[in-house]
Write a protein that binds this ligand. Structure first.
Ligand code: NAD
Length: 351
């Protein structure tokens, strides 16, 4: 029988959670990082554009499209740092994959949880190439929705097993410790960001504040550290003092987007940076020496979401963890769209 053309596989939040739990969070992160790594190796064949952002006083709504020529994908995502005050997430998302040859959607999926996983997988993938290989201790600053995913990705891909946590809201750090208990970490909850950095070989900043914040100042950053800067991802929303950037070797996803949104918005527009995909593909060096400060200026790029959706699509074909969504009109005769409406009317029971 021919597949029904109107049906699109839909991965709800419920099915996404079932899928992640069936695979296991750490295995999911490792396999997802593998998909991102594979797509970074074929970076040049993708359609690329900085994301389309609609800014407001409270936050941003963004569309993130890309295509590898066979499959097209996009993500809808918001960033509203004040949302948590009225019980909403700072970041929510959903995404689509579609067939380039006929334009029909192949998948519609929740991406709020998937974004946390893909952001963490990308961060840990970057650290695999940029952090000191002996790094086991990470300062994790900002202990909100993304934090546990970051911690687990760094454990699974880099071998981090000691976390030094700091958040302006101590209850967020306590939540992290509770959620990660028994998963192979030693924890220290710190009273300041400066204290969190003591003895850390990696620092992840993943705070949410819509301003030029200074989560790290220059004096806090010692030689040899790897900085994974995740929370500065929008114009006017950064986490690091500009002096740190000038002492670091800076790695970014897609420069035309990062120069608008990342930490490097604080630097001149031609300031030299290395594209992470070039390091992954062996075309540029990652960490070169023990004293080098490496900075992954993460903002989140469309290809990572494409990789994540591609990974989920493979997994749901195997597990069948999806619903069938009646998303597309599919008249018996393609040009008779109005006739389809008339037949639906005729089929309605008489009032
Ligand atoms: P969240 O609101 O759930 O958590 C943010 C945490 O940061 C809160 O616990 C808050 O108390 C803490 N915080 C705020 N200011 C702080 C400060 N000065 N020092 C220490 N802690 C502070 O948000 P989330 O979903 O975890 O997202 C965190 C950030 O990551 C957001 O800015 C978001 O836009 C960004 N993000 C980036 C990517 C990417 O790909 N780069 C992806 C997802 C989210």
């Amino acid at each position: 029988m021919l597949p029904k053309l109107n049906i699109v596989p839909f991965v709800s939040v419920d099915n996404m959670m079932k899928l992640i739990l069936a695979i296991g969070v750490e295995r999911f992160l490792i396999e997802l990082a593998g998909f991102i790594e594979a797509d970074f190796r074929r970076w040049e064949l993708f359609d690329k554009t900085p994301r389309v952002a609609s800014h407001s006083k409270e936050g941003v709504i963004e569309l993130m499209p890309t295509s590898d020529g066979a499959v097209y994908g996009f993500k809808y995502v918001n960033g509203h740092p004040k949302n948590t005050r009225d019980g909403r997430q700072t970041v929510t998302a959903f995404g689509v994959l579609a067939n380039v040859s006929n334009g029909y959607p192949l998948l519609l999926s929740e991406m709020t949880i998937l974004t946390a996983l893909r952001t963490a997988a990308t961060s840990a993938l970057a650290a695999k190439y940029l952090a000191p290989s002996s790094a086991r201790t990470m300062a994790l600053i900002g202990n909100g929705a993304q934090a546990e995913f970051q911690a687990l990705a760094f454990k699974a891909l880099v071998g981090v097993n000691r976390l030094r946590l700091y958040d302006i809201d101590r209850s967020a750090s306590l939540k992290c410790v509770r959620n990660l208990a028994g998963l192979g970490f030693d924890f220290e909850i710190c009273a300041t960001a400066e204290e969190a950095l003591v003895g850390a070989e990696i620092v992840t900043t993943v705070t949410a504040d819509k301003r030029y914040a200074t989560i790290l100042t220059d004096n806090m950053v010692g030689a040899g550290i790897h900085i994974n800067a995740v929370g500065g991802d929008s114009p006017g929303k950064t986490e690091l003092h500009a002096d740190i950037l000038r002492r670091s070797d800076i790695f970014v996803e897609y420069p035309p987007q990062t120069r608008i949104e990342g930490e490097i918005q604080q630097l001149p527009p031609d300031y030299p940076v290395t594209e992470l995909w070039q390091v992954v593909a062996g075309e540029a060096p990652g960490r070169r020496d023990a004293g080098q400060i490496t900075l992954f200026d993460s903002v989140g790029f469309a290809i990572e979401d494409f990789s994540a959706l591609r990974y989920v699509r493979e997994q749901i074909e195997r597990t069948r963890l999806y619903d069938e969504l009646d998303l597309l009109a599919d008249p018996d005769e393609p040009r008779d769209l109005f006739g389809m409406l008339l037949r639906a009317q005729a089929a309605q029971p008489a009032a």
